[in-house]
Ligand binder design. Sequence first.
Ligand code: ATP
Length: 377
Amino acid sequence: MVKGEESLALSEIKAGWLGWGRRGTAGAAIPMALGFEGVTQRFGSVTALSDVSLSVEPGEIVALLGQSGCGKTTLLRLAAGVERPSGGRVLLEGRDVSAPDRFVEPEHRGVGFVFQDYALFPHLTVGENVRFGLRDQSAATAEATALRALARVGLADFYGGYPHMLSGGEQQRVALARAIAPRPGVLLMDEPFSNLDRRLRDVVRDETAALLEETGATSIIVTHDPEDAMRIADRIVLMRAGQIAQIGTGEELYRRPASLFAARFFCDFTEVEGRVAGGAIDTPLGRFAAPGMPEGSDAIACIRPHRVRIVPKGYYLPARLIARRFLGEVDHLQIAVEGFERVLSVRAPLSDEIAVGDEVGVEIPSDEVLVFPAADQ
Ligand code: ATP
């Protein structure tokens, strides 16, 4: 689902049941521009980041998306200042904060950080944890600020409690309250939803998105889940092996992936190989355009499971239904297509009149199929 599509009123009601505070009560920050210029990061023989450049506009919410080990956390740590780059520059409001002679320490960057494991201090109370970043405020002001931040995440009553008394979801909210309390111009979050169960995750994700918009802070969220990224971010930065593979909105990356890698990240396709001849590839599943690809080169066509249509026997490609699994709104179908030695995966509602073993027809709209060079993998 695309960001903001779910009824906000409904999600706010659900959030209220689960104990979040009233929307619109988080203090606003002055957002800062954040930039990376040709950033490289090496750890011994490992190159975690290689020549990464990225500009994040003030107030923008960016998701860093990618598989484990691709360098997402490293980029976040460089922005926070807990790591120094091996090469390149980190810029805050256009100012280099990473140069060895002008390095700005994390506590002076105006950057909030929510760590993957929340990193709450176990020996401090919830209130003390949130006040930790407010040491430049008077005791009374810090307490009021911490209480307001905790109230926004619905946990003001836990002010004097200890982290071990809280569930994982509640600890995540304390970590969020701690990060927003000093009103940072940049908020960095490392896999903030990965430890939460499915039901909680949806609410926490929606509430976090609302909170980020309220604070107005420039935000970077690390995730390996494309749905998290699409729901929360204005722009997605897809990373691969220490480099940026593609940048765009969720819709751009989903509809117009620049590579097979990017395409596979957003969809479980059925893939079929072919050789380019006359600007297209001929495959057992149809002929698909391969614009701009060299004649005679190997290519892979990617077919989205929910774009395939099952039609009566005798129309389009001859096929047989070999498995059907009920998924609620749609069925997950496995189809054997004549001449195609693998299984075609389909997500579609299916009439109850069609049973496993029946012959059917399969229509694959060719303009919905993506074709990439096979060498792209
Ligand atoms: P994950 O989703 O698993 O957290 P990630 O995309 O955030 O992965 P990073 O944690 O940035 O990836 O790590 C990128 C690469 O750098 C990995 O190969 C990792 O092992 C390596 N790396 C990161 N930090 C260090 C370090 N302090 N010392 C040595 N190697 C490191």
